[in-house]
Design a protein around this ligand. Structure first.
Ligand SMILES: *[C@@H]1O[C@H](CO)[C@@H](O)[C@H](O)[C@H]1NC(C)=O
Ligand SMILES: *[C@@H]1O[C@H](CO)[C@@H](O)[C@H](O)[C@H]1NC(C)=O
Ligand SMILES: *[C@@H]1O[C@H](CO)[C@@H](O)[C@H](O)[C@H]1NC(C)=O
Ligand SMILES: *[C@@H]1O[C@H](CO)[C@@H](O)[C@H](O)[C@H]1NC(C)=O
Ligand SMILES: *[C@@H]1O[C@H](CO)[C@@H](O)[C@H](O)[C@H]1NC(C)=O
Ligand SMILES: *[C@@H]1O[C@H](CO)[C@@H](O)[C@H](O)[C@H]1NC(C)=O
Ligand SMILES: *[C@@H]1O[C@H](CO)[C@@H](O)[C@H](O)[C@H]1NC(C)=O
Ligand SMILES: *[C@@H]1O[C@H](CO)[C@@H](O)[C@H](O)[C@H]1NC(C)=O
Length: 508
């Protein structure tokens, strides 16, 4: 079970009418550490000069950051590289490489196999910046942030590790001789880094000996209406029925012509978001409320979902559903829900009270990181898609249909007026096989209710091949049968990270 909280920091619940870049970006697959920065001195970081463009003869380089821990290393041991993906890696260092919270997966593996542990930062994040990342970053600079360049960074790093320090006695672990031709390099990552884990094993089997791809959405798709399916499936029936009814009611009213009703609904939603537990109330005027966009208003219905990806059903949706179905703990829940018995307006009012009473402030969250927000937005706008739209044709949808594919594309176009393709080029990603990939020496783990499972090998979506996980360990360098894949799906979990100490399943 994942015990460390993660949070996509752009899911701050306060934005009002204007859609700031941070508020508009879609949930990203990576894990965000939001534990307080620890007071251990951060471990010493290192930088390697990496070619900006691996696929030209240009000699331009940038400095890419990484950390090394050789505590458990013995000559002949493997390398375990933990990829931090789309975020600043520095805050992760104490947790992954210094065992601040006990053994991390990467250190547990290092200990068990006397290996070298490395934490790798992705280009365009943290301190691994070829260019400053802000709204002035140009299309000519963004073009160096793509799947292929970032994968090749790791290959370049693995093949040059130690080479420039070989005879330098003061270089410590940086002088170690662990070339991939003689040393197994094992790549670990969760979510987007999990995608990278699988791709690297397919792309560079001579460099990456094995991978652990945790919660990896390896199948890119522009339309990711499936994102909220996992949440939908985990709801109790009464809560689901009410949520669906309230969403339809609000969407319908906001798209309709009854201005008074629209404004009243907006006012109710705004006040609910701004109120607090214990009846702390907010009082936005009708006029003020009328100012916010239909989209911003309808999105408030999804506030309880913002933390779902990180904390799962029991910690986020269940408390909300309990408040909703018991009308703020004052009545017995009904099997069919409130709307079917008392009408949708009653359900809507109970929904507003539940939003108000849910204690969001008790949920830890980290500071916003504008570099991460912007760089990941470039990545999904240019290649990955994953537009988490609401699907009005899904009878169980709990996501407002005002979040449309067109809306996501407009947000991309306005954040990056130049250099973006008309639509994300998912073919750059899916050329590795997508749902049909079948690499050898890769372990795929998933959480049953992880929203990203829908785009991974453990997907049960109707358009996916519906392959089954198998824990029988395939032979080294031999792919399992196509109908299955090597790995497992943890029951009840919303996510499965490579940090959880289940290293014994990883054998090449
Ligand atoms: C790089 O230089 C070599 C030798 O001059 C040339 O053959 C090759 O086509 C060049 N590659 C690119 C991508 O420009
Ligand atoms: C390496 O790991 C050990 C054991 O957790 C820890 O005590 C040490 O501080 C770490 N060293 C570095 C450089 O991170
Ligand atoms: C972006 O460019 C404008 C115009 O040159 C400049 O005023 C502004 O400070 C720049 N912003 C950042 C974050 O560098
Ligand atoms: C390291 O020392 C060996 C033996 O003296 C020498 O052959 C080699 O070129 C040196 N390597 C570097 C990177 O200086
Ligand atoms: C919900 O119930 C609590 C506890 O009885 C109460 O303090 C609070 O005012 C109620 N909230 C609303 C919005 O009615
Ligand atoms: C109805 O809601 C309550 C409170 O969330 C829950 O405990 C119960 O299991 C639900 N019943 C059904 C049939 O969904
Ligand atoms: C497995 O899938 C791959 C890629 O689609 C295909 O080339 C291969 O023939 C398949 N193997 C079997 C046994 O079906
Ligand atoms: C999943 O969670 C539910 C509710 O918390 C619990 O009743 C059930 O036993 C769990 N199932 C498994 C397989 O852990």
């Amino acid at each position: 079970m994942v015990r460390l909280p993660h949070l996509a920091v752009h899911f701050v619940l306060v934005a009002l009418s204007l859609c700031s870049l941070a508020k508009c970006t879609a949930p990203r697959p990576g894990f965000q550490e939001i534990l307080p920065r620890v007071d251990t001195s951060p471990g010493e970081s290192h930088f390697i000069d990496i070619p900006l463009d691996h696929f030209s003869n240009s000699t331009q380089t940038f400095k890419n950051r990484f950390w090394v821990n050789d505590t458990y290393f013995e000559p002949g041991g493997p390398v375990f590289l933990f990829d931090s993906g789309e975020q600043d890696a520095a805050p992760l260092h104490p947790y992954y490489l210094q065992e601040y919270h006990g053994l991390s997966a990467v250190m547990r593996l290092a200990k068990r196999y006397k290996g070298l542990a490395i934490l790798w930062e992705h280009r365009f994040y943290g301190d691994s910046l070829p260019f400053p990342v802000n709204r002035n970053t140009t299309a000519d600079q963004w073009r160096f942030l793509n799947t292929e360049q970032a994968l090749e960074d790791v290959i370049f790093f693995a093949n040059s590790f130690g080479s420039s320090h070989r005879n330098d006695s003061s270089a410590g672990p940086l002088a170690l001789s662990v070339h991939p031709s003689t040393t197994p390099w094992v790549f670990l990552g969760g979510s987007y880094p999990g995608v990278r884990a699988a791709f690297l094993r397919i792309r560079n089997p001579e460099t990456i000996f094995a991978s652990w791809a945790s919660s990896a959405p390896v199948h890119a798709q522009v339309d990711m209406a499936s994102y909220y399916m996992a949440a939908e499936r985990s709801l109790t029936r009464n809560c689901s029925a009410d949520w669906v009814a309230v969403t339809k009611y609000v969407d319908g009213a906001l798209k309709g012509n009854d201005q008074k009703l629209k404004d009243t609904i907006k006012q109710g939603l705004l006040n609910a978001r701004q109120s607090g537990p214990g009846g702390r109330s907010a009082s936005r005027s009708l006029e003020e409320s009328a100012q916010i966009s239909d989209l911003s208003a309808a999105s408030i219905l999804m506030d309880p979902l913002d933390f779902y990806q990180y904390y799962g059903f029991a910690a986020t949706l269940l408390p909300f559903c309990n408040l909703l179905e018991t009308r703020n703990l004052t009545a017995d829940p009904l099997e069919g829900g409130l709307a079917s018995r008392f009408g949708v307006e009653t359900a809507f009012r109970a929904f507003l009270v539940a939003i108000a009473e849910l204690d969001y402030d008790s949920i830890p969250r980290g500071a916003d990181d504008p570099v991460t927000d912007r760089s990941w937005m470039w990545q999904y706008c240019s290649e990955y898609g994953f537009y988490q739209r609401g699907d009005a044709t899904n009878p169980l949808s709990i996501q407002t249909s005002l979040r449309s594919l067109e809306l996501f594309q407009e947000q991309c176009n306005s954040a990056f007026p130049q250099g973006l393709p008309a639509s994300p080029q998912v073919e750059n990603v899916n050329k590795y096989g997508g749902w049909d990939m079948n690499p050898s020496n890769v372990l795929f783990t998933n959480g049953e209710f992880d929203p990203w499972r829908t785009q991974g090998l453990a997907s049960i979506e109707v358009n996916s091949p519906q392959r089954t996980p198998s824990v029988s360990i395939p032979q080294c360098n031999v792919a399992p049968p196509n109908s299955s894949f090597f790995g497992l799906t943890y029951a009840n979990m919303s996510a499965s990270t490579a940090r959880s100490p289940r290293s014994s399943s990883l054998r090449g």
